[in-house]
Design a protein around this ligand. Structure first.
Ligand code: ZN
Length: 248
């Protein structure tokens, strides 16, 4: 993950304390060996309501594990990181602000995006999904008070089951657990189905290990998500034998 400069000291601090540096979990519950690999053309830009929220349990890290081009910036009402402005203006990307469409005028709302590879509509630009990462009230504040986001198309997630899931969580304290779910849905919309699948299962496995460590409950290493990751890894191993090394 490419972090804004202001985030680095916290990250350095968070890597200690008996935690695995790879997955941020306590060593006994490390998930590194299960981490799937995926190629993605899409990018993800996390704008964090509170950069301190980038604690080990934040699932923004999981997005960065799957999506090579993941960026994270802290948000402030009074200033904007020049690196964020440069990223949003970079012609290789077509940014989409992921936010419920009911809060903006209908002309600004998109519910679908051109699949990666279908260049004419997208002018060859790669999708960059901009996620406002924080509590629901923080996200609304960021949305209202960030004029540099006003020109972006708003990607409103449609599938009813996912939207209702997102809504259930967005006002709760478990908001951070929705970041990677939303990113997975965005990847699926971009046609990056394998990466979406990998991220969803990676979140599931990470959450299982995280909660087991936190609550001291037995760890189920044979869940459906574990088996899905095993299957994905086997596919990747076959690919690796035939093609170039996978990018991490
Ligand atoms: Zn680990």
């Amino acid at each position: 993950m490419r972090l804004a400069a202001s985030a680095k000291p916290f990250v350095a601090r968070g890597s200690g304390g008996g935690r695995c540096e790879g997955c941020r979990l306590v060593a006994s519950h490390c998930v590194c060996a299960l981490r799937p690999q995926a190629h993605t053309r899409s990018g993800v830009c996390l704008i964090m309501g509170d950069i301190e929220a980038l604690k080990p349990s934040n699932t923004g890290w999981l997005v960065a594990d799957i999506v090579a081009d993941t960026y994270a910036f802290g948000w402030s009402r009074t200033a904007v990181d020049p690196g964020l402005l440069a990223l949003l203006a970079d012609p290789q990307w077509q940014p989409y602000l992921v936010f419920p469409g009911e809060f903006v005028s209908p002309e600004r709302v998109v519910t679908d995006i051109p699949h990666t590879g279908s260049t004419p509509e997208a002018h060859g630009r790669k999708p960059l999904f901009v996620l406002l990462d924080g509590t629901w009230s923080e996200a609304r504040k960021m949305f209202r008070k960030s004029p540099y986001l006003d020109a972006l198309p708003v990607l409103s997630l449609q599938p009813e089951d996912v939207v209702s899931h997102y809504r259930l969580r967005r006002s709760s304290r478990e908001t951070h657990f929705c970041t990677s779910e939303v990113a997975a849905l965005c990847l699926a919309l971009a046609g990056e189905v394998q990466a979406a699948h990998a991220l969803a299962n990676w979140l599931d496995v990470f959450t299982t290990h995280y909660l087991s460590a936190k609550r001291g409950t037995p760890l189920d290493r044979t869940s459906a998500a574990h088996r899905e990751l095993d299957a994905l890894r086997e596919v990747n191993c076959q690919d690796a034998e035939q093609g170039p090394a996978h990018r991490l």
